[in-house]
Design a protein around this ligand. Structure first.
Ligand code: GDP
Length: 195
């Protein structure tokens, strides 16, 4: 099983709290409930380092995790929660937009997209935003265990319109080695996969 030695470091409501030591960062972003916490926990070897969402759309914090591989994981607040009030949505756009565009140590972003719904409008917009930002990003197609092989292949084809795709499952572990390789390449941190 993949283990990245992931530990929660802190929650940051704004730029001042972010790590200042210049280590590379990789951001995880996606709609609320897409499976982001579950994926981070899976990458942590099954330990609950990230809290699975209880109040989707309500937190505006970026959660920072350390890894034993000399890079940080930045868990960005989920988007696409219809009931989030307008002022929170605007705050989200300012804060997360700043982070994705201006944050110097950010080396790349994992955009999580539910394998069962690969072409949703706000995911397409986010992929477009990331593409225009010019930094590496990858689509992690989550909950792939929920689809039969043919349906998953169709979903991967749709998602490829948004960028390079890795189908993942936090339940059966598929895609984890590939995801770790992408993390290693992107952060140049030399992650070894396997047991
Ligand atoms: P977050 O809001 O993006 O952090 O999403 P969570 O990680 O809390 O997951 C939302 C729901 O999807 C939870 O009920 C999880 O158990 C479920 N889930 C997450 N990942 C997977 C997966 O890979 N496979 C399956 N079958 N369910 C998943």
């Amino acid at each position: 099983m993949v283990k990245l030695g992931i530990e929660f470091l802190k929650s940051c409501p704004g730029p001042e709290g972010l790590p200042a030591d210049g280590l590379p960062e990789v951001a995880f972003i996606g709609r609320s409930n897409v499976g982001k916490s579950s994926l981070i926990n899976r990458l942590a070897g099954g330990r609950k380092v990230a809290r699975t969402s209880s109040r989707p759309g309500c937190t505006q914090y970026i959660n920072i995790f350390t890894t034993s591989r000399k890079f940080y994981i930045a868990d960005l607040p989920g988007y696409g929660f219809a009931k989030a009030p307008e002022h929170l949505r605007r705050q989200w756009i300012d804060w997360i937009g700043w982070y994705l565009r201006e944050r110097k140590p950010l080396r790349g972003t994992i955009l999580l997209v539910d394998a069962r719904h690969p072409g949703l409008e706000n995911d397409l917009s986010m992929a477009q935003y990331l593409m225009e930002g010019g930094k590496p990003y990858i689509i992690a197609l989550t909950k792939s265990d929920k689809l039969k092989r043919g349906k998953l292949a169709a979903s991967v084809r749709v998602a490829r319109e948004m960028g390079p795709v890795i189908a993942v499952s936090s339940v059966d572990g598929s895609g984890m080695n590939e995801l770790c390789k992408w993390l290693a390449d992107t952060t140049a941190a030399g992650i070894s996969v396997g047991s």
